[in-house]
Ligand binder design. Structure first.
Ligand code: NDP
Length: 449
């Protein structure tokens, strides 16, 4: 039984993604609450699940035909006990308050694990950049920032990219922030290299995820070399995961987008990955085009009717879900288990349903939750802020080394926290407990606010 406060479910019963994320954390931290009554006494649970602030706003913009359109913008400022709110902006038609509250809640614990002073937040809009011209995306970003700029700041709230927000969108958002605030501040991360960005930031979530997987395998005297891997998604996190896996000698067999997936039995090598990067980042095409370039690969379209995702039926040793939430369900988990998967390492935020997580843990698999495994993204965002503050740019090797150290520290922190509470080798429980303790202790120190 988890300790979800009754109010949380009663107030927002329809916020399924948020309640899923809360249930996961509260189930994990129950032994902590039982052992240390102060947390309950000081209402830490009731406070930690309630955002400090949610901002919603209208975003009117004009399309290329001169028609006025209106989208809804959000920023969920979840918890600032250990630092300024930090978390992504998601531009996707599915975005609603539940999804952003779950992302912000995840960020509270993920950011605490990074060892950096970062609070948790998330934001975004139901605007869909897919199929829009650059001029439309620019006008939208400018109007989105015309409201958001009042609420963010280098010491207040520092957004970064997430689904649908890459370097193009961060550029337009930063430009408008700079104009409105008349300040060149480290207020967004994922900035261009020539104007305050950090080397390795675009790759950090994916690279960090692979470093985490390598650490997990090392606990079993194993490595990624020669391992067959399924990767989902084909955006920022999937591309970087794929690149690092190739560099570490693994064989990547798949990539996907919301329309379907490709399976390439020969393996996706560096040259094929370059094609995918041009396809997705420059031409803004679909992953189905991969088979036109590499006809030996097979494309399978996604179908809303299917209960299980056909991508997860392929045989592989390691799984890197890097697309979106709940992309691996119970049936998918059983398919993977039957195919003797060794490791699931989450690049995306909450890509496994609660049932899928339970199946992986029951079978004693190496399973890493996104809040630990993909924390490299926000960690290098923190390093970008440090470089902005000292007005210096570190070399790529320096940032990458720091990222490796942070991922190893997160890995060890998860293992140690899990072990201390009697859940040896359970990375899910370890990540939730370690993240919770850091934030909860800061909240205790700072009083009831
Ligand atoms: P991108 O927008 O760059 O890529 C997202 C990918 O996922 C695309 O291939 C997209 O396909 C696919 N996708 C999106 N929605 C769905 C869906 N409903 N079903 C199937 N596929 C889908 O986003 P990122 O790579 O930045 O983010 C991916 C995940 O990683 C998210 O969960 C995000 O929260 C998480 N993450 C991102 C970090 C970052 O720094 N960017 C850091 C840590 C975690 P299509 O093109 O068809 O939409």
């Amino acid at each position: 039984m988890s300790d979800i406060p009754q109010n949380t479910t009663a107030r927002d019963p329809h916020e399924t993604e948020f309640l899923q994320a809360v249930h996961e954390v509260m189930t994990s931290v129950k032994p902590v609450l039982d052992k240390t009554p102060e947390y309950r006494h000081h209402g830490i649970v009731e406070r930690i699940v309630e955002p400090e602030r949610i901002i919603t706003f209208r975003v009117p913009w004009m399309d290329d035909m001169g028609k006025v359109r209106v989208n809804r913008g959000f920023r969920v400022e979840m918890n600032s006990a250990i630092g300024p709110y930090k978390g992504g902006l998601r531009f996707h038609p599915s975005v609603n308050q539940s999804i952003l509250k779950f992302l912000a809640f995840e960020h509270v614990f993920k950011n605490a694990l990074t060892t950096l002073p970062l609070g948790g937040g998330a934001g975004g809009t139901d605007f869909d950049p897919k199929g829009k011209s650059d001029a439309e995306v620019m006008r939208f970003c400018q109007n989105f920032m015309a409201e958001l700029f009042r609420h963010i700041g280098a010491s207040t709230d520092v957004p970064e990219g997430d689904i649908g927000v890459g370097s193009r969108e961060i550029g337009y958002l930063f430009g408008m922030y700079r104009k409105l605030s008349n300040q060149f501040a480290g207020v967004l991360t994922g900035k261009g290299l020539g104007w305050g960005g950090s080397l390795i930031r675009p790759e950090a979530a994916g690279f960090g995820c692979v470093y985490f997987a390598a650490e997990m395998l090392a606990t079993r005297h194993d490595s990624l070399a020669g391992k067959t891997c399924l990767v989902s998604g084909s955006g920022n996190v999937a591309q970087a995961t794929c690149r690092k896996l190739i560099e570490m000698g693994a064989k990547v067999l798949s990539l996907s987008d919301s329309s379907g997936h490709i399976y390439d039995e020969a393996g996706i090598d560096a040259q094929k990955l370059d094609f995918v990067k041009r396809l997705k980042n420059i031409r803004r095409g679909r992953i189905s085009d991969y088979v036109n370039e590499y006809p030996q690969a097979v494309y399978t379209a996604a179908s809303a009717e299917q209960e299980a995702n056909p991508l997860w039926r392929h045989r592989a040793q390691c799984i890197f879900p890097c697309a979106t939430q709940n992309e691996i369900n119970k049936q998918d988990a059983y398919h993977l288990i039957n195919n003797n998967v060794k490791l699931v390492c989450e690049g995306a935020s909450m890509p496994c349903t609660t049932e899928a997580q339970e199946i992986f843990l029951d079978k004693g698999m190496l399973y890493a939750p996104g809040k630990a495994a993909n924390a490299g993204g926000v960690a290098v965002s923190g390093l970008e802020l440090t470089q902005n503050s000292i007005r210096l740019s570190w070399l790529s090797e320096e940032v990458d080394n720091r990222l490796k150290i942070i991922m190893k520290s997160i890995h060890d922190t998860c293992l140690n926290a899990a072990e201390a509470y009697g859940y040896a080798r359970n990375y899910l429980v370890g990540a939730n407990i370690a993240g919770f303790l850091k934030v909860a202790d800061a909240m205790l120190d700072q009083g009831v606010i």
